[in-house]
Design a protein around this ligand. Sequence first.
Ligand code: GLN
Length: 242
Amino acid sequence: MSQNSLRLVWVYPDLLSTYGDQGNALVLERRALQRRLDVQRVDVRSDQPIPTSGDIYLIGGGEDRPQRLAAERLRRDGGLNRAVANGAIVFSVCAGYQILGHEFINDLGQREQGLGLLDVVSTRGEGDRCVGDVLADIDAPLGLPPLTGFENHQGVTHLGPTARPFARVRFGQGNGTGDGTEGAYNETVFGTYMHGPVMARNPHIADLLIKLALDVNALPPVDDRWYDALRAERIAAASQPA
Ligand code: GLN
């Protein structure tokens, strides 16, 4: 791809955008524009084919029935798998994260096949729903500051050997397995339970995706003081005794 253009694809906003996940598309666009990149954003509804020529794909969270419909349509379409085979970057949240794994439990209580783009399997948690604020340390090789966010899920996600934990929680549940992991990733595909929307609180994640898509090590700096102050506030709040 040319070094100064970026094609963003927001997958199925009609099914998977329950928790303000559109914010991730807006933040990605903004961060790219701040670097004077030529950004094109395509929103793909679930009755449309997934284009395979995107650089970065976003797939959000959703309730259990839309999640099943999205998984069925994405499996049938096959475009997201083809895009990843072509080297595209994918960032997924919650229901979208579960769909990218091998399987999850659907609204009918049945095992639903995912896209197998991440080596994870999601089951239905037996305990309370995981709801609340999260503070987590992002996997060190990614070189990002701590992650703050909000989670709301019943599913519990188990990582296989080729998925790395995206982060480890200091506060909150994350994958819900009790091992402190939060989310998962491989070279090009990322999943997290953080809503929020997560990039509005953690814009360095948008920068990471842009760098991977452009295959560059660094981007021109932008003014992050507001975000840094928000993160410091969340870290201070999470450190307070309950
Ligand atoms: N239905 C899934 C669960 O509860 C995902 C929910 C979500 O996207 N917030 O685990």
